[in-house]
Design a protein around this ligand. Structure first.
Ligand code: ZN
Length: 433
């Protein structure tokens, strides 16, 4: 049973309807929840099982990575500088065909180790052998929303995927004291024909779970969709009813004007993956336009084979800098917006209960503590600016999920990092031979 913890920090930065910076702040955590957050002077005297007094520290809500394929950490550095089509067809799909469930378990642990060390407390995964992914998540203590990747072009595999998704929901949805949730994961409109997407929607309604899909990632995808169906990918999935469900759409790089309005009006959660979109030469998502229309935009890394890390600090920075440069407007995506995209918007994009993704009384204690006694984080003009424009994953000192410390001073407390670094490379080698 987790004890009552007192966390004392120099600064606490959060967003709970407005941006807040608390100086000489304290957070009290009981079980999985924050029961006090405020200044040192105002806290009532209590007894604590543990006091974490961290000098030169900045506490932030943990990052939420809303789109990745964790086990692809095994393919980091294996296939680079290729177009999405070549990358998938010539390199990734043949290597993935050799993946065993144990490979996926170790690959996922490798990714979770990296994410925890960089301040990520929650991620959305789309892959296969998802029972192994769930096992890795459960052991690590991280929060995750899991989807079995579904391909509908092969009828038999498509049906099997739907059955596997149903059992994933039955076996894992809300497991680990609610840390693990499940979505349905139709890979993309170009790998799932309309009638199959319709079935996915029906199943999502039946099981009452959200849907996670890749959408409008490349210009080629949109052109082919127009040629084949006379519609954009967004219009296509609207037609089969997917926008009527809780929907998380990754990428949304190539959108027509009508698509923008549709995504915003239907409250679709967009996972913006600037690093992956840049590296695969896919383009830059119209994030400013999406935000102007009122769409919910969060941040993802995509898999480590197309990024090549799982670092939300980097994605925050890229998201802000890309829009500024593209629009020749330094006010595009201010630091506050980027920070929200990586935290509170992330939790909303995964359709998690309202008490996750921000630091406030009653919220889940999912947080990261950065050490700020470093040249690149000095002087203390603005910790928000430091976080978005200057901080690095290595600055993260402590990570807590659901009130439990999972990483402290660079050491993973629930995972055996040495074993992960021993197990992963030979597996990666075998897959890519
Ligand atoms: Zn992806």
């Amino acid at each position: 049973m987790p004890e009552r913890i007192l966390l004392q920090a120099d600064y606490i930065l959060t967003w709970d309807g407005e941006l807040k910076l608390i100086t000489q702040g304290e957070i009290v955590i009981e079980d999985s929840l924050i029961t006090y957050l405020g200044s040192r002077q105002e806290r009532p005297a209590e007894n604590f099982g543990r006091v974490l007094k961290i000098r030169d520290s900045l506490v932030i809500p943990g990052f939420v990575n809303t789109h990745t394929h964790a086990a692809m950490a095994l393919f980091r550095g294996y296939a680079d500088d290729l177009s999405l089509q070549e990358w998938l067809q010539d390199k990734i799909w043949p290597a993935e065909a050799k993946l065993s469930s144990e490979d996926i378990y170790w690959g996922t642990l490798l990714a979770i180790a990296e994410m925890l060390k960089g301040g990520t407390t929650c991620f959305a995964d789309m892959y296969f052998h998802m029972d192994e992914v769930a096992r890795a998540c459960l052991e690590s203590g991280i929060r995750a929303s899991l989807a079995q990747g579904l391909i509908g072009t092969d009828k038999i595999k498509g049906e099997l995927g739907l059955r596997q998704s149903r059992s994933l929901v039955q076996n894992w949805h809300n497991e680990g004291e609610g840390r693990i949730t499940v979505m349905l994961g139709p890979h993309a409109p170009y790998t799932c024909p309309p009638d199959y997407l319709y079935k996915v929607g029906e199943l999502a309604g039946d099981l009452r779970v959200p849907i996670h899909i890749h959408l409008a990632e490349t210009r080629r995808e949109v052109e082919e969709s127009r040629r084949e169906h006379g519609k954009t990918p967004v219009e296509l999935i609207a037609e089969v009813g997917l926008l009527e469900h809780d929907l998380l759409a990754a990428h949304c790089v190539h959108l027509a004007e009508a698509d923008l309005g549709l995504l915003a009006a239907k409250n679709v959660a967009v996972a913006h993956n600037p690093g992956s979109n840049l590296k695969l030469g896919s383009g830059v998502a119209p994030v400013t336009e999406l935000l102007q229309k009122g769409a919910l935009v969060s941040l993802g890394t995509d898999g480590a084979a197309s990024n090549n890390n799982l670092d939300l600090l980097e994605e925050m920075r890229l998201a802000a800098l890309l829009q500024k440069g593209l629009r020749e407007d330094p006010a595009a995506i201010p630091a506050e917006t980027a920070f929200k995209m990586a935290t509170v918007n992330g939790a909303r994009a995964l359709f998690l209960p309202a008490e996750t993704g921000q630091l406030k009384v009653g919220a889940k204690a999912d947080l990261a503590v950065l050490k700020i006694d470093k040249p690149h984080l000095s002087p203390p003009h603005s910790f928000l600016a430091h976080l978005v424009y200057s901080a690095a994953a290595a600055d993260v000192y402590l990570v807590m999920v659901d009130g439990r410390v999972l990483m402290e001073n660079g050491h993973l407390l629930t995972l055996d990092e040495e074993k992960i670094l021993f197990e992963a490379p030979p597996r990666a080698q075998r897959l890519t031979e």
